[in-house]
Design a protein around this ligand. Sequence first.
Ligand code: BJ8
Length: 419
Amino acid sequence: MADYRELWTSLNMDLEKHDQLCEVLPELYGGVYLTQENRPEGMNYFNFVVSEVHGLRIAELDKHRKEGGKVLGTFCVFVPDEVILAANAISVGLCGGSQFWVPDGEKVLPRNMCPLIKAAVGAKISGTCPYFQSCDMLVGETTCDGKKKAWEILNEYVPVHVMDLPQMKRTKDYAMWMDEIKIFIEKVEELTGNKITVDNLKKAIEVCNAKRRALKRLYNFRKITPSPISGLDALLISQISFYDDPVRFTEKVNELCDELEERAKEMKAEGKKRIMITGTPMALPNWKLHHIIENLPAEVVVEETCTGTRYFENEVDAEGETIEALIKNMADRYLNINCACFTPNDGRVEDVLRYAEEYKVDGVIYYNLSFCHTYSVEYKKVEEALKKAGIPIMNIETDYSTEDSGQIKTRVEAFLEMI
Ligand code: BJ8
């Protein structure tokens, strides 16, 4: 990576601490990713993105801001990227996936809290995440209690706009969510000084839909036995989708898919067990579970998570001649996401059953970040439904540390033998 110290200094980063982080990532990436054999050529772009994760993209954000553009940080797949894009702003996903940030998060948050929140807050207060440092505004949402309260802490560092997400899906909740999107539009217009029009919003919807289609195309290849792409690589692409330029990203995913089309014809089945992961998101660089699974005779073929299907399923209808109509289309698409913060959330169980069939899975691993209560409670329903369908399931609750990796490996091994 080139020398970006001047840029990082201008972003008020803690360079000394950031150096420590920069030492960890390449080693981790090398051990998990570059040791995989026979990867598609198209993964070179994503290797490059990771190698420049705190460099080139940050320089792009910097350039955009110097030209008067704004950068918004988000933490949830319910935040409509279309609105941000339409106002010529850039959105970056800020969920933290590294243990490196957890101790700093614990300085201001209780320890018995989900690591994703602790890492995100720790990334900000340690001044070691250039994405956080590049944000003009953060967009929070009222999903789980931990996140809700974390916004108050983050607001002390950078302005946070919170979207009030309903927790049910009744007609009045759709109306309320439409209202929240309207308020969000006003907020984004105020921040950027750019008016959101039918025209620019439609274009933004098209860009986001194209990205969703590319990811769906990628996932469709994973339905083939054996999958022409590893679960680790697919996960990485999903993680990168949250902060790369959406048009370039879509192009690169489609290029990779063209290659996978050829690869799929040549792949030979190796008898690996096909696994679905369902549960909480895996933010970059959380590759722990996939790494464990794919070092055993198994492959992850689908993730029913927010760093998986929940991010790209369903498009926003681009038909409509008024802002009102497009807001309704966005509300309809987004409230279709089945997150455990909703009650009831039967749609998620249906999704899991449908994916189990479509991706021909041999077993399901329920992935729960420690202290995430909503997903933890929902395990029972998912387990019951899968057992009824004759699909084996196991539950793994873990955090970002590597201390339990050996134990998880033993449990996954036993699970694979059983299915
Ligand atoms: S739509 S999953 S991105 S809220 S893991 S912070 S829920 S305690 S990330 Fe999420 Fe939106 Fe739902 Fe998806 Fe809280 Fe659970 Fe932590 Fe979570």
